[in-house]
Design a protein around this ligand. Structure first.
Ligand code: PAF
Length: 281
């Protein structure tokens, strides 16, 4: 496994692989890897001849400087996990490698970036779309894997790939959960033990929403039930419960006729967690 920090060096390495006719699967990450990331790596390895992983804590997608500073990092451990998984190359750029002095170009999916979680986390999806565009241009992969836990992010990236004619396939991969149902996230280590238990309410709420949708509940009923469940957990500070049409994330009401997206976010002891998934009537 080789590591690169300069875009040009990684490009030269990948050009060599492409000349040998190898396809390239890409997994962008912000590091502090867990089983969820490794499932993306495994999927990329199933679909492509070589896997490239990037580790870059992207400053432009963080609203709060404290959140950026305290984002967990452990590059040595990450590299050992990626080596073990048979990854071909790891891209570990510095901020200046991605945002050269005087950078002024941004990428934004105008509607999708500014609704729902985008409304509460102003600028977040602009930061994601901008960095992922840069990474796609550097790596030029045949396919890229993203987790469905960040459902709105996945739709932002799919839309951007379609709109900007990126010649690559975006693969959405199911959320990997701890045995007790907590969605794997690099932020989970920041939870104290009581908050970690409290955070299980998110997965319970998603399960309950699916149960209700299967039993014919309306969008309003699902939204009210899920909101009540999270608010009833004393250690949670609810940020958002959004029920929308799946994929487009457009508003929906009454009895759903197709799949819905349910997107939850809440703070537990100051740690912002999200859990999102499609539910089916
Ligand atoms: O999902 C993430 O880890 C990040 O948002 C991503 C896609 C690597 C962009 O920084």
């Amino acid at each position: 496994m080789e590591t690169f920090s300069h875009p040009g060096d990684l490009r030269r390495h990948l050009d060599g692989l492409r000349r040998q006719g190898r396809s390239i699967g890409f997994v962008p990450t912000m590091g502090f890897l867990h089983a969820g990331h490794m499932a993306l790596v495994a999927r990329a390895a199933q679909e492509a001849d070589r896997v490239v992983v990037s580790i870059f804590v992207n400053p432009t997608q963080f609203g709060d400087p404290h959140d950026l500073e305290t984002y967990p990092r452990d590059t040595e451990r990450d590299l050992a996990m990626l080596r073990e998984a048979g990854v071909d190359a790891v891209f570990l750029p510095g901020v200046k490698d991605i945002y050269p002095e005087g950078s002024e170009t941004i990428v934004e999916t105008m509607r999708l970036a500014n609704v729902l979680h985008g409304e509460v986390r102003e600028g977040h999806f602009r930061g994601v779309a901008t960095v992922v565009t840069k990474l796609f241009n550097i790596v030029q992969p045949d396919l890229a894997c993203f987790g469905e836990k960040d459902y709105q992010q996945l739709q932002v990236i799919r839309t951007m790939v379609r709109d900007l004619h990126f010649p690559l396939r975006v693969i959405g991969c199911p959320t990997v959960r701890e045995a007790d149902g907590l969605a794997m996230s690099s932020r989970n280590v920041k939870l104290d033990p009581e908050d970690r238990v409290a955070a299980l309410v998110l997965n319970r709420a998603l399960d309950r929403a699916q149960e209700m949708a299967s039993a014919g509940a309306t969008v309003e009923e699902i939204q009210a039930e899920v909101t009540g469940m999270i608010q009833a957990e004393p250690r949670s500070h609810l940020r958002a419960v959004d029920v929308t049409e799946a994929v487009t994330l457009r508003p929906v009401s009454g009895k759903p006729s197709g799949p819905l997206a349910l997107m939850l976010s809440a703070d537990f002891g100051g740690v912002l967690l999200i859990d999102q998934r499609e539910i089916f009537p």
